[in-house]
Structure formats: C-alpha cells, structure tokens
Design a protein around this ligand. Structure first.
Ligand SMILES: [Zn+2]
Length: 269
C-alpha cells in the first residue's frame, strides 16, 4: 500500500492559513481517498485482528495494574520427606572390639563395615535417607526410622555346618508383627539373592536380646542379620560384598514396600 503511505501526508499539508479553492479541492480529494482506503481496510478480518490487538492491550494493562500478590519467584516448597533407614555396622566405632577374628587377621568388623556401607549406598541410590550407625552409636538412643538392621558376621572358627546366615527380630518392640515381617523379608530376599543357607535353629539369645534393640524407639522395626560365617562363607562375604549387600537391601525394600513373600518352607525350617 505505497499509495496509502504517500497520501498520509495529505491532511498535514492542508493549509488553513493559505486557503484557496485549489487547496479545498485538494483537501476534499485527499479526504475522499483516505475514506476509501479506510473502507477497504474495514473488512471483518481486520476488525477481528484489531479487536485481538485491543484485547491484548487490555490484558497487558490488566497485568500491569494487577496488585502483585504473588511473589515473582515461586516459594520454595520443601521436598517430600525421605524414608529413613538405619544400618548398624556391627562392632564398628569401638577400638578393641573387632568381633570375630580369623587366624590370618580378617576381622568381622571390617567385613561388617564394607557390607553396611554398600547397603547404605544401594538404598541411597534409590532415594532413601540412610544412617550408617556404629555399634554403640549415640544416635541409637530413641532412634526412629522405618527400619533398622544391624549387620554382623559369625565366628571364623572352623566347624562343620558353620555356613549360612541368621536373622533375628527385636523382641521388645511396640509392633512385634512388624519386626517379624522385617525378619521374614530379610530371610527370604537374602536367601534368594545369595543362595546361602538359612540357619533358623541357631539364632542365639545374643541376637534376639541384642543391646541395640533396647536402645531404639519402640516403634522402630529392628532386626539383626549375621550375613555368614567368616570361615566357610569367607569367599562370598569378602569377594562378593555387593551381592551380600543387595540381599540385605532387597529384604529391607520387601518390608518397606510390603512385598508378598511366599517361602513358608524356608521360614518354618
Ligand atoms: Zn558380631
């Protein structure tokens, strides 16, 4: 529309000071052409687009005029609280208490610590909050968590049948069925994962009356696992600690996720 642009200057030139008939004619022609141009522009489509522009302007104004009730940056929302799990590395944190010791110097405390650290890492990778606790950790007093598992290993003394794992639940607890379920989950998943033998009939009083169980909050389901014997199970315990840890982590997840477990034979041994 180059002609339209050229004609835009017309009215400005309209001389009010030097009125002449030619000027009047020129003005009339100019006005007529502008009116014609406006009429051709006045199509429904243009009306629509003009209205859209008008709406946009109104909305921009409204945005500007709206009172700033909401802050420019969104309020920081606290992330959903993580589920907390406690893992005790048996005998750790106390000089002079290495637990069982083999003739060649392999110490239970070191095996426990390695496995416990791996369990912690595996559960943290899944988004859980995990405390790695020492045997006599101060945090254990009234400790509250979705589950607490203490990791130990058995004697390095050789004798026949000294192979396999044991699991025991806390006896003194507010919800014994929960502790029992944690125990069952650990037994079934640890066995499935490691293929090790479950020693059900050799669970000692030391395990069921384990000192840690008396310290923690009564609502915290707690269990102790002896992941193997340092003598006959030495290979899997020291060469495949990740697998051993996976067995424990799977047991804890089984409990937390309320997974169904169906190995009655294993549990009634
Ligand atoms: Zn121990």
């Amino acid at each position: 529309m180059s002609d339209h642009l050229a004609l835009d200057t017309g009215p400005k030139k309209t001389p009010s000071t030097s009125f002449s008939s030619w000027g009047a004619v020129q003005t009339v022609i100019s006005v007529a052409v502008i009116m014609a141009s406006l009429l051709t522009l006045w199509t429904p489509a243009n009306l629509f687009s003009n209205r859209r522009v008008g709406e946009l302007l109104v909305s921009v104004q409204a945005t500007r005029q709206a009172p700033s009730e909401e802050p420019l940056t969104p309020q920081p929302t606290s992330p959903p609280e993580k589920i907390k799990i406690g893992i005790v590395a048996g005998h750790s944190g106390k000089e002079g208490d290495p637990g069982a010791v083999c003739e060649d110097g392999l110490r239970e405390v070191d095996v426990n610590l390695q496995i416990a650290a791996l369990v912690r890492q595996q559960l943290m990778d899944l988004g859980y909050e995990v405390d790695l606790l020492e045997e006599f950790d101060r945090r254990l007093a009234g400790y509250q968590a979705a589950a607490l598992v203490s990791i130990h290993n058995d004697s390095c003394t050789y004798y026949e049948d000294a192979t396999g794992f044991k699991v025991a639940a806390a006896v003194e607890t507010a919800y014994p069925e929960k502790a029992q379920r944690l125990t069952n989950c650990l037994v079934v998943r640890y066995q499935e994962t490691t293929n090790m033998r479950y020693h059900s009939n050799t669970t000692t009083r030391d395990m069921t009356e384990y000192h840690t169980f008396n310290e923690v909050n009564a609502s915290t389901p707690a269990a102790i696992i002896e992941t193997g014997f340092l003598n006959l199970d030495r290979e899997i315990l020291t060469q495949q600690p990740k697998l051993v840890a996976q067995g424990i982590a799977s047991g804890i997840l089984c409990f937390l996720n309320n997974e169904s477990i169906s190995s009655p034979d294993l549990l009634s041994q």
